[in-house]
Design a protein around this ligand. Sequence first.
Ligand SMILES: C[S@@+](CC[C@H](N)C(=O)[O-])C[C@H]1O[C@@H](n2cnc3c(N)ncnc32)[C@H](O)[C@@H]1O
Length: 285
Amino acid sequence: MIQDDQRQKVTQFYDTHPINEKQIIQKLQLQGISIETLTEDILKDYDQDHYGGVEANDILAQKAGIKSTSYVLDVGSGMGGPTRYLAARYGCRVMGLDVTESRYRSALRLAKMVKLNHLVDFHLGNALDMSFADDTFDVVIGQETWAHIPEKARLIAECTRVVKIDGIIAFTDVLRQGVLGHSEMERLQHEMAIPTLETAEGYGQLLTESGCILLEQEDLSGQWAEILTQRLEMYRSLKNQTIEKFGEDHYQKWDDTYSFFVGLFAAEKLGGGRLVARRDSTGSI
Ligand SMILES: C[S@@+](CC[C@H](N)C(=O)[O-])C[C@H]1O[C@@H](n2cnc3c(N)ncnc32)[C@H](O)[C@@H]1O
């Protein structure tokens, strides 16, 4: 089945991703930070797997109107960086949903380490087939995840179904900006588990069609091109350590993939965007 095949590709990609729980713990220990006394205030600077760090979480939270009484769903929560951050910063309950078991297990362990289990919970599952009841959440968010999900119309319909009427869907994602060739799309799928990409307008249309009112659409392409270039430089600056730990092949494989991805941003074929929509009280899904 196409969905199972994609789930396998995503899982493989994140099981071998250079940003992972083990690497985070090693970094903390190298800096003399003990796991026993670890707090979310420290961890938050190590566990975000999207562009723009915790500032990006705050922008999304502010645009979505997240407050202590909100119940938030983070679709594609990864190791749970934004999930834990939002809970700690705003005092709200947050549910993280992710399809990769290793990410889900890391998210649970890290939440336990920083004692946030009373506010956050994680669910292992596919965003295209959520097991949550209709009208469950006040806010649905996603960051740099939805590009991995093949059927965007179904994804948006699922997000709209589980958010309450008048609730907010707010997300950032990698977007198609220019024309991508067949071989470029194949490489994105093969090396980064990105099967299809939506445009900003495409997402806007899907949100409207599923019964939402589009409130805001922001182009982040320029900012992300810079962030990605810096990330690539940072990766290269750690070349010797990476080769020592994982070998030359591993280093080269990620270097090739990152350079290709950054190149697509530089060529304005890929971009980034933030979209905010409200589920319409009169909409029908
Ligand atoms: C780049 S990470 C982002 C993690 C998190 N949003 C953050 O900002 O730290 C993307 C995550 O999306 C998850 N993912 C991809 N496809 C998914 C799907 N169909 N359903 C749920 N999660 C998915 C991956 O397993 C991965 O953990």
